[in-house]
Design a protein around this ligand. Structure first.
Ligand code: INI
Length: 157
């Protein structure tokens, strides 16, 4: 006899939670839209009071360190990292995006706190604009919903 438990995190926050949102000041003309999309989605998808601490960092390279500090505080149910790394004409993009993505994944794995990757890594400003609230959606809103799903999922495991 097989007993299957399907464990899925739903995407409405209906128990108190505290969420950290870290935003880069670099490319703020894009990241401001990710931030507002994220906060709007958190508000619309919560049926209880949710505390959100919003922290600003210089650039995507600095996101992992601040995510680590916040995760180690054990005060947050999830951390959302928002930023935009836009390819230029030098290899700088590769360094910043690699450190950022690997660092955030490592913080999440080592701390057990869900760290959501809401960082655009794109080839052009046009691609960033498309993903910051225009024709390809809003990566900040998607990150908010992913955070809620991971909080609910973590609470069931
Ligand atoms: N930071 C970003 O968030 N996005 C970028 O596109 C970017 N580029 O391309 O340079 C960027 N650089 C700054 C970097 O994140 C650090 O803040 C800086 O190197 C100081 O450590």
């Amino acid at each position: 006899m097989l007993k299957i438990n399907n464990i899925v995190g739903h995407t409405i926050l209906d128990e108190a939670a505290k969420i950290g949102v870290i935003c880069t000041r670099f490319n703020s003309f894009i990241v401001d839209h990710l931030e507002s999309g994220c906060l709007d989605a958190l508000e619309r998808s919560s049926s209880v009071d949710v505390t959100v601490d919003v922290v600003k960092v210089p650039g995507a390279y600095e996101l992992p360190l601040v995510a680590k500090r916040m995760a180690e505080s054990k005060s947050y149910d999830a951390i959302i990292a928002l930023g935009a790394v836009i390819r230029g004409t030098t290899p700088h993009f590769e360094h910043v995006s690699n450190v950022c993505s690997r660092g955030l994944a490592s913080v999440s794995e080592n701390s057990g706190v869900p760290v959501i990757f809401g960082v655009l890594t794109v080839n052009s400003i046009e691609q960033a604009i498309e993903r910051a609230g225009t024709k390809a959606g809003n990566k900040g809103s998607e990150a908010a919903i992913t955070a809620i799903e991971m909080i609910n999922l973590s609470r069931q495991l």
